[in-house]
Design a protein around this ligand. Structure first.
Ligand SMILES: C[S@@+](CC[C@H](N)C(=O)[O-])C[C@H]1O[C@@H](n2cnc3c(N)ncnc32)[C@H](O)[C@@H]1O
Length: 336
C-alpha cells in the first residue's frame, strides 16, 4: 500500500540498526510497533522476535495488522473463500457505491462504478459469513485485509482519500480482483490493538519499542477515511464534496500538543530500548526530541544519508536532488 510515512523501503535498515544496539539474537524479545500503519515494521520483526505487539489508532490499520501480525497459523482453504468472493453477482445498493461512485448520482468518484459495487458485494458477504459464524476471527481479518489492499489498488485518487480525481485514472479503471493478503506463519503469539498510543503504553511492557508517529499536521484519519469506511462498514451521512466521516484527531499532528504527548509516551514506556523515526522537518525539532529523550536514559542519534532523485521533465531523465537524511533516535531507558 502506498502510505504516507511508510517504512517499506527502510524496514531492513531499521532492523539492522536495532540489532546493532540490542544484539543479533532477539529471538526472546518483545517488539512493539505502536504507530503501526501498514504494519511493515512489525512484519519485518515478526520473524526475529518472540512477540510483536502492534497498534494503531485507525481501524483499517488494525485490520491489516490483525491479519499480518496476529494471524500466524495457516487458515485452511483460505483461497477458496477469496475465489467465491471474486465471483459473486454484483449488488448496487451498498454504501460505497451509493455514496462514493458517480453512477449512483453521489457526485463522488473514489472508485469506478463496477469496483464500488464489487467492494460492497464482497464486504457484505464477509459480514454475513462472520455474523452467521461461517468464518472465525482469523479468517474474517484475513479477508478484510485482502479487501483493503485490493480496493486501495484501484482507488481513483492522486494518493490519499482527501480528494478524488475528476476522470477515472488508468489503474482505477482496472477491475478490482480480491488478492489474498498472505501473512507469515510461525509458532509465536502476537497481539494487536486499536488504541491511542498514550493509553496503550500504560498497559504493556516489553524490550524494544519502535515509534513512528505522524510528523506533520496531516491527520491519517481524514486522509484514509474511505479505508475506515470499508473496514467498519457502518452507516453515516458523508460530509461535503469529499464525503468525509467523523475522524480521529491525533495529538501528534498538533504543534501545541505533540511535545507533551511524546514526553508522556517516553515516560510511561516500560521498554528498555526505544527507537524513534522522525522527519527533520517535523512538528518537533531534532533538539526537542533529543531534550525529551535524554531525560530518561542514554540517548543517541543514528542517521542515514540518501540521495533523492527528481524527475527532470525537460531532459526526461532523473537527476540528483538534495541529499536527505533518515533519522533514528535511540534511547536506552533507565527503567529500574
Ligand atoms: C508515519 S505513520 C506509520 C507508518 C508505519 N510505520 C508504516 O511503515 O506503515 C503514523 C501512524 O500513526 C498512527 N497514529 C497517529 N496518532 C496515533 C496515536 N495517538 N496512537 C496510535 N496511532 C496513531 C496513524 O494512524 C499512522 O498510521
Amino acid at each position: 500500500m502506498n502510505y504516507i510515512g511508510s517504512k517499506l523501503k527502510l524496514s531492513s535498515w531499521i532492523e539492522e540498526e536495532v540489532k546493532k544496539v540490542v544484539g543479533d539474537n532477539i529471538s526472546q524479545k518483545t517488539f512493539c510497533d505502536i504507530f503501526a500503519g501498514t504494519g511493515i515494521v512489525g512484519r519485518t520483526f515478526k520473524k526475529d522476535v518472540k512477540q510483536v505487539i502492534s497498534n494503531d489508532l485507525e481501524h483499517y490499520s488494525f485490520v491489516l495488522n490483525r491479519n499480518y501480525i496476529q494471524n500466524h497459523i495457516d487458515i485452511e482453504n483460505k483461497e477458496s473463500y477469496i475465489k467465491e468472493l471474486n465471483s459473486l453477482p454484483l449488488i448496487d445498493s451498498g454504501f460505497i457505491y451509493q455514496n462514493y461512485c458517480m453512477g449512483s448520482g453521489s457526485e463522488r468518484q473514489y472508485f469506478s462504478d463496477e469496483n464500488g459495487k464489487k467492494i460492497d458485494t464482497i464486504r457484505i458477504k464477509i459480514k454475513e459469513w462472520y455474523e452467521t459464524k461461517k468464518i472465525d476471527d482469523d479468517l474474517y481479518y484475513f479477508l478484510l485485509a485482502s479487501l483493503v489492499e485490493s480496493a486501495d489498488k484501484v482507488a481513483n485518487t492522486a494518493s490519499v482519500y482527501g480528494a478524488f480525481l475528476k476522470h477515472i485514472k488508468k489503474s482505477a479503471s482496472k477491475e478490482l480482483i480480491l488478492e489474498p493478503a498472505y501473512f507469515l506463519e510461525d509458532n509465536n503469539e502476537h497481539k494487536v490493538f486499536n488504541m491511542d498510543s498514550n493509553e496503550l503504553i500504560k498497559q504493556i511492557s516489553g524490550d524494544i519499542l519502535y515509534l513512528d508517529p505522524p510528523y506533520n499536521q496531516r491527520q491519517y484519519s481524514a486522509n484514509y477515511h474511505l479505508l475506515n469506511t470499508i473496514t467498519m462498514y457502518d452507516t453515516f451521512i458523508p460530509k461535503g464534496k469529499t464525503g468525509l466521516r467523523e475522524y480521529n484527531r491525533s495529538s501528534y499532528c498538533r504543534k501545541n500538543e505533540v511535545k507533551q504527548s511524546f514526553e508522556e509516551l517516553i515516560e510511561n514506556a516500560k521498554f528498555e530500548y526505544i527507537f524513534l523515526s522522525y522527519n527533520n522537518e517535523g512538528l518537533m525539532s531534532e533538539d526537542d526530541v533529543k531534550n525529551i529523550m535524554e531525560k530518561y536514559g542514554k540517548y543517541s542519534l543514528i542517521t542515514k544519508e540518501y540521495q533523492r532523485f527528481k524527475a527532470d521533465k525537460t531532459e526526461n531523465r532523473n537527476h540528483k536532488a538534495n541529499k536527505t537524511y533518515e533519522y533514528l533516535h535511540m534511547l536506552q531507558k533507565d527503567i529500574h
